[in-house]
Write a protein that binds this ligand. Structure first.
Ligand code: ATP
Length: 305
């Protein structure tokens, strides 16, 4: 006997941070080569998808929900439309999204939600696509989308190239995330990067370092000098609060301070949960962040609740 697909599905999807993010000089076509390590962390958006003959419709609540579009610009609706057109199905669905991942913060929130939509629609439509097929579709929505389907740790090479899944052991990374009051536009950060970027050769050396690091099977304490983000300098030029935040983290006793993605969130590595709570209190007192949260990784990708 075969069971029929559910009428509603609820999924949780994590945010990500990039322990290392390397960017090459602008290419002839204006794009950049990129090599980055991903880690999924325990800060989750929740997406519920249900049948709605009048859909697609969407409601968004929670963190920064006023900044999130409810129409075709939302990556959830884009993802459902893409999978639907692949399968020949109209997305007559309602999406109820609860945001906990701050927006325009370099934590990949929109891409994470798109991954949740792909996994959820695949269940509701009983289409039985495998993770690899969903990841290939996801890459057409955004470079980060495939990562959220698998989570844990991986290396990304950009330009729709397949992710390199990383082996992980039991090491837990405990982060305090400080989200500055202002966000950063990814486009503006790359424009600033182009003014300071160095040679292709120098990028290739940094890329090799990223590819050769055993991110998942080495203790975080042994990887402190490997934590790096090539977009930190250009982001700081646009938003000086970032360098203030990174310095604050160091003086408050964080093991390492690192900007996330294309900013503006700053991540501070703590020794353990207690150290993280202490760091969080110091960060909150400074008043330059609109939100300070504790999250740990690596965690799995999209999960059905
Ligand atoms: P990235 O690191 O991928 O550049 P980010 O984490 O800095 O992105 P997001 O929260 O993904 O930023 O938001 C980027 C833009 O995407 C916002 O301007 C927002 O309007 C739009 N957006 C589309 N769909 C969503 C969604 N589901 N959640 C949040 N933002 C979304």
């Amino acid at each position: 006997m075969t069971s029929s697909p559910p009428l509603q599905v609820t999924l949780q999807v994590p945010a990500k941070i990039n322990p290392q993010l390397r960017v090459g000089p602008p290419r002839q076509d204006g794009y950049h080569d990129i090599t980055l390590a991903y880690q999924a962390i325990s800060l989750y958006d929740i997406l519920t998808i249900s049948q709605n003959p009048h859909g697609p419709t969407m409601n968004v609540s929670g963190m920064d929900s006023d900044r999130v579009p409810r129409d075709q610009r939302n990556l959830v609706i884009k993802a459902a439309a893409l999978l639907g057109s692949h399968l020949g199905i109209e997305p007559h669905l309602h999406f109820e999204l609860v945001k906990n991942i701050p927006s325009e913060a370099g934590l990949g929130g929109g891409s994470a939600d798109a991954a949740a939509a792909l996994v959820g629609c695949n269940i509701l439509w009983d289409s039985k696509l495998g993770a690899d097929e969903l990841m290939t579709l996801g890459a057409h929505i955004g470079e980060d989308v495939p990562f959220f389907i698998i989570g844990m740790m991986a290396i990304g090479l950009g330009h729709k190239q397949p992710l390199i899944k990383l082996e992980t052991s039991d090491y837990k990374w405990t982060w305090v995330l400080g989200v500055p009051r202002r966000g950063l536009s990814t486009k503006a950060v790359f424009q600033e990067f182009d003014k300071v970027s160095d040679s292709e050769e120098a990028y290739l050396t940094r890329r090799k370092d990223c590819l050769e690091t055993s991110w998942g099977t080495t203790s975080p304490e042994s990887l402190l000098s490997a934590l790096a983000n090539d977009l930190e300098v250009p982001s700081t030029k646009i938003l000086p609060d970032i360098s203030v935040a990174l310095e604050l983290g160091k003086s408050a006793g964080a093991h390492a301070s690192l900007m996330c993605g294309s900013g503006s969130t700053c991540a501070f590595l703590a020794k353990d949960e207690e150290h993280a709570r202490h760091l969080k209190e110091s960060m909150q007192e400074e008043g330059i962040f609109r939100k300070v949260v504790i999250a740990s990784g690596p965690v799995e990708g999209v999960r059905v609740l």
